[in-house]
Design a protein around this ligand. Structure first.
Ligand code: ATP
Length: 613
């Protein structure tokens, strides 16, 4: 996978250039014209100021002989004025480039980031998000791993192109003195550019193979600076360990980059020898011509400073290197969009899911394994009747959450069939089917938004329904919280005026969100460990409301707390990837199987004799 990411440096850079140009054109004709002006300014002004200064120097002897009077004095004054103006214009190109870069970047960042977000959110499943290659490509496309933002590419390329043109123009001016000298300088710089640029491109490719290691480095950096991990890091004294891990991964990730910089340096010294030889010839030729009065002071003072300016025709500057890095991210963006667009088709189906399920969901011989993993479900047969509550029970890793992910079409089974009222689940429009669901996942989201928004996100198109929001909060036991802190308080102290919630308070908010979705039409309620964070009283209140909460819904509850599970109409026990037992609490207890054993084990902890406790 990594090799695919790393391949073909040349093509990668070229397609990036075309993309950068297209991006610029897309940003607007005015910006394209402004960038073209930058290219022209970089190409013309530095040489023009050298030429103008050379002309002014050439006029000094005549003006000095006339004591700065008369026509020679005026000619010098005009030449100096022109040189000064051109030089001032040259100085202005720097700020102009900064301003242009900021403006173009502001336009492009928005577009590039939105496109990335759209690409990643496009597929209805979640497999692509669990795929390391997607994550590598995503980080490269954002430019975060390299520190070179792709939105800067058009202006950086324009600036580099302008400098190259300036170098070529300097060679052309020197060719007016001796055609072979201009040509020799151009040829030597062009020859040198190829190997130098190849080193940079190889460095970029080398860096890309380290994307995963560098992602790790960034992970350790964020681990150290984000408040979520702060408590554990301190309790276990992991501060230095985190820094060491960061450094170790960063050093590994940057090893190829450092090596290629060293190679670039060595090669540059070698090539500098060749350049020196050509420059010696050039200086010698100019000196010879001056000594033999073949050229005057004016020509000499124009040609001499242009000699070093020819290097821009081929040398690789830090600006060039940055531009290459920025450009290299653009094909990643395109490849990611293409790949994730294809991933949209992986979970296909066009039938409307409205009104489903009326009778129920049936799983027959369902098999599923995560990519590269052992089978999690291995021939599962299960009925989930509509309008009833079904509890799923099993040991850690039995596949309970995975089963819910299959039902919600985050993944499709690798074998067997799932049908809804007899219609294959694969035939249903996956996005519409997902909107039939309301869920409190084990790792529910804790949005750093207001309390009101946290609940309204369950049915965002009905966010204005304040009565519905209050009803959902009341049923979830979160109304008191709303009355205490207000609907508009942000649930994170990392934002001004925000507050932090306890785990149990968060769980009530997550439940309220799911119930708000139910208020607005969701018919399948999934509760994955819905009471894990609740205190005893809140859990008891939840049991009391369970029948009310799930009435009329097809609900699936997953829990290791048997007091929650026993309220369900039907309990299914997963074991070894299959359905091991099913029935009501009483039936399963009477059967004396896995469920009964697990239930008794848990109950025994609460009824243990005191010496046992
Ligand atoms: N995204 C994933 N990629 C690869 N393997 C996964 C993924 N999610 C879960 N698994 C594996 O699938 C198996 C079942 O996990 P699952 O989360 O479905 O179990 P569970 O019954 O819900 O467990 P628990 O009671 O601990 O919540 C586990 O072995 C787990 O390692």
């Amino acid at each position: 996978m990594i090799t695919r990411l790393a391949a073909l440096p040349g093509r990668l850079a070229e397609s990036g250039r075309v993309r950068a140009l297209r991006m610029l054109w897309g940003a607007g004709k005015g910006w394209t014209a402004a960038v073209a002006l930058l290219v022209a300014a970089n190409a013309v002004l530095p040489n023009a100021s050298l030429v103008a200064l050379g002309y002014a120097v050439g006029r000094i002897p005549a003006a000095a002989a006339a004591h700065l009077h008369g026509a020679p004095g005026r000619a010098l004054a005009v030449a100096l004025l022109v040189a000064g103006l051109v030089y001032a214009a040259t100085l202005l190109t720097g700020p102009y480039q900064e301003w242009l870069s900021a403006c173009v970047k502001a336009r492009l960042v928005d577009d590039l980031q939105s496109r990335l977000m759209a690409a990643v959110s496009g597929p209805v499943g979640v497999a692509h998000l669990e795929d390391p290659e997607t994550q590598n490509q995503l980080e490269l496309a954002k430019g975060r791993l390299t520190g070179h933002v792709p939105a800067d590419a058009p202006v950086a390329l324009a600036s580099a192109a302008g400098s190259r043109l300036a170098g070529i123009a300097a060679c052309a001016v020197l060719a007016t003195f001796r055609w072979w000298l201009g040509l020799a300088l151009l040829a030597v710089w062009l020859l040198i550019r190829r190997p130098l640029r190849k080193i940079v491109l190889t460095q970029i490719v080398g860096f890309r193979t380290k994307a995963e290691v560098l992602r790790r480095a960034w992970y350790f950096l964020y681990l150290a600076i984000r408040p979520t991990a702060a408590k554990e890091l301190r309790v276990f004294g992991l501060g230095d360990w985190t820094i060491d891990r960061y450094r170790e991964h960063w050093a590994r990730g940057m090893a190829t980059t450092r090596e290629s910089y060293a190679r670039l340096g060595r090669r540059a010294y070698l090539l500098a020898g060749v350049v020196l030889a050509v420059y010696l010839v050039a200086c010698g030729t100019l000196a010879y011509a001056a000594l033999h009065h073949q050229i005057g002071l004016r020509e000499l003072s124009v040609m001499l400073p242009l000699l070093p300016a020819t290097m821009y025709a081929g040398t690789v500057t830090t600006g060039d290197i940055s531009a290459e890095w920025m450009v290299s991210a653009l094909p990643d963006q395109a490849a990611l969009e293409t790949r994730l667009h294809a991933a949209r088709a992986e979970l296909s189906g066009g039938r409307d899911a409205a009104g489903l399920p009326e009778r129920g969901i049936r799983l027959e011989g369902v098999r599923f394994a995560y990519p590269g993993g052992e089978p999690v479900l291995d021939g599962l047969d299960l009925d989930v009747p509509a309008g009833r509550s079904t509890a799923i029970v099993g040991v850690n890793g039995a596949g309970k959450t995975t089963l819910v992910k299959l039902l919600a079409r985050m993944h499709d089974p690798t074998g067997g069939t799932i049908t809804v009222d007899g219609v294959p689940l694969r035939d249903l429009d996956p996005a519409r089917w997902q909107r039939r669901f309301a869920a409190v996942f084990q790792d529910f989201n804790r949005y750093p938004l207001t309390l009101g928004e946290n609940i309204a996100l369950g049915a965002v198109e009905h966010a204005a329904d304040e009565d519905g929001r209050a009803r959902a909060a009341e049923r979830a036991g979160a109304l008191a919280l709303a009355e205490e802190i207000g609907w508009d308080t942000v649930l994170s102290r990392q934002y001004a005026g925000g507050t932090n919630l306890s785990g149990g308070q968060w769980q009530r908010v997550a439940l309220a969100r799911a119930l708000f979705a139910v208020e607005h039409g969701a018919k399948l309620l999934v509760l994955d460990e819905p009471t894990a964070w609740l205190d005893v009283r809140a859990e008891a209140a939840f049991f009391d409301r369970f029948l009310d909460l799930t009435r009329g819904l097809t609900s699936i509850v997953i829990s290791h707390r048997f007091s929650t599970v026993r309220r369900a109409d039907r309990i299914c026990v997963l074991d070894g990837g299959r359905l091991a037992e099913q029935g009501s609490h009483d039936e399963l207890m009477a059967a004396g199987g896995i469920y009964a054993e697990m239930f008794r084990l848990q109950a025994a902890r609460f009824h243990a004799p005191e010496e046992d406790a």
